[in-house]
Write a protein that binds this ligand. Structure first.
Ligand SMILES: [Zn+2]
Length: 168
């Protein structure tokens, strides 16, 4: 803390009550990356248990989720913390929250499916458990691959693979 004491512009001592309180507020306002990861995993697991009790919740355990902290690229839209779960066969689940002032936090669950062309992935936004089962029925004949279409190109084949956070 000596370097803080050396700063002439700060009108309070580093060991003062005010310094303590300001540090406390800074820590409270910004969750650590570890807290963001934990929260992302907990939120994803909770969503799956409550919205997909007969399908995903049967096979994806809370500990299967791997959380990632928020991305705050300069000048770009913020990405909330997210979590991904591996389903095998090249398929992933990706969960994040879409937060707006009007609607609050909404769960966004996406199934990331490799394309039959082998060069990309299709992102399928999931809304309900029935929705998921319909999608899985469609994917079954191709063993969990999304049939490639050029028009419109939906597999993002210019990107070789999802990044670590599950986005493309
Ligand atoms: Zn493709």
């Amino acid at each position: 803390m000596t370097e803080i004491l050396a700063l002439p512009t700060r009108p309070y001592a580093a060991d003062s009550p005010l310094a303590y309180l300001l540090d406390l507020a800074a820590e409270a306002g910004v969750p650590s990356e570890e807290e963001q990861r934990d929260d992302a995993e907990t939120t994803a697991a909770h969503h799956v248990y409550s919205a997909y009790p007969h399908s995903l919740a049967q096979v994806v355990e809370a500990m299967d989720w791997r959380g990632y902290p928020a991305l705050r690229p300069d000048g770009y839209k913020d990405f909330e913390p997210s979590a991904v779960a591996w389903l095998d066969g090249g398929l992933w689940l990706h969960h994040t929250l879409h937060i707006t002032e009007a609607d609050g936090a909404q769960d966004v669950l996406t199934l990331i499916v490799p394309c039959t062309c082998g060069r990309g992935y299709a992102d399928i936004r999931l809304d309900t458990e029935d929705d998921l089962l319909e999608i899985l029925a469609d994917l079954r004949p191709t063993h969990g691959r999304s049939p490639h279409t050029d028009t419109p190109l939906d597999c993002g084949s210019i990107h070789p693979a999802p990044q670590q956070d599950g986005r493309r």
